[in-house]
Design a protein. Structure first.
Ligand code: SF4
Length: 227
């Protein structure tokens, strides 16, 4: 499979934020989100056979733990990435799959924890969510909405209500988009939507969502790669 990078860091998003994690980032994406922070993964990387990927994961985390399969969009390489997930599970890793929600997810192994985006109106990839993926969701999965403004927030709030998602998944994440060119200071001034404003909207509307900040951008320089 075509791999952009494999590295160990702290998980920055989702309910697993703060935990040590090996990231396996696959090359290529078919979407172009306006706030994408991994454009470097669209092209290039290195062709690696499955055993080499497993070996690198084992080198970075020899005694199990958390592994996230991410991208780009990892499900573009479904034929290779599903056996990778199966083998990681067999080796007792806890496997997260970070995906755009545009690819059909029904063939993902059930033990994998899917963190699935639903792209909002101002993402640059609106209306790409494969609605049949709602049926593939399990209680341990998480849904993520990245928000730039009130329009995105209202879309996310109404999507959650319309599809009765409260209680269907482990977490519904509302995450302010980060400025793509952010660097230097490590604070929430780089958020396109002020987290305080978002918190107030969530409380006003009683939305069953978890406000989620990308903590890796508050720990390291927001422009840092491989963290
Ligand atoms: S789906 Fe993910 S990798 Fe692809 S453009 Fe959007 S944010 Fe970037």
């Amino acid at each position: 499979m075509q791999i952009s990078e494999i590295y160990k860091s702290l998980q920055g998003e989702s309910t697993y934020a703060g935990l040590a994690c090996v990231f396996v980032r696959l090359t290529a994406c078919n979407l172009r989100c306006s706030w994408c922070d991994s454009e470097f993964s669209f092209y290039g990387g290195k062709k690696m056979p499955l055993q080499e990927v497993l070996g690198e994961v084992a080198r970075l985390s020899p005694s199990g733990g958390l592994v996230e399969i991410t991208g780009g969009e990892p499900m573009l390489q479904e034929r290779e990435v599903i056996p990778l997930m199966e083998q990681l599970l067999d080796a007792d890793y806890q496997v997260l799959l970070e995906t755009s929600g545009e690819r059909v997810l029904s063939r993902v192994p059930k033990q994998v924890i899917k963190i699935v985006d639903v792209k909002c109106p101002h993402s640059g990839a609106a209306d790409t969510f494969a609605i049949e993926n709602l049926k593939a969701l399990q209680r341990h999965d998480e849904l993520k909405f990245v928000l730039t403004d009130r329009t995105d927030y209202e879309f996310a709030r109404d999507f959650v209500a319309e599809h009765e998602l409260a209680g269907r998944v482990h977490a519904i994440l509302f995450s302010p988009a980060f400025e793509k060119a952010a660097s230097g200071t490590r604070d929430t001034s780089h958020c396109q939507l002020d987290p305080q404003q978002l918190a107030e909207w969530i409380l006003e509307d009683n939305v069953p969502a978890r406000l989620s900040l990308q903590i890796h951008k508050l720990i390291w320089d927001p422009a840092a790669k491989g963290v």
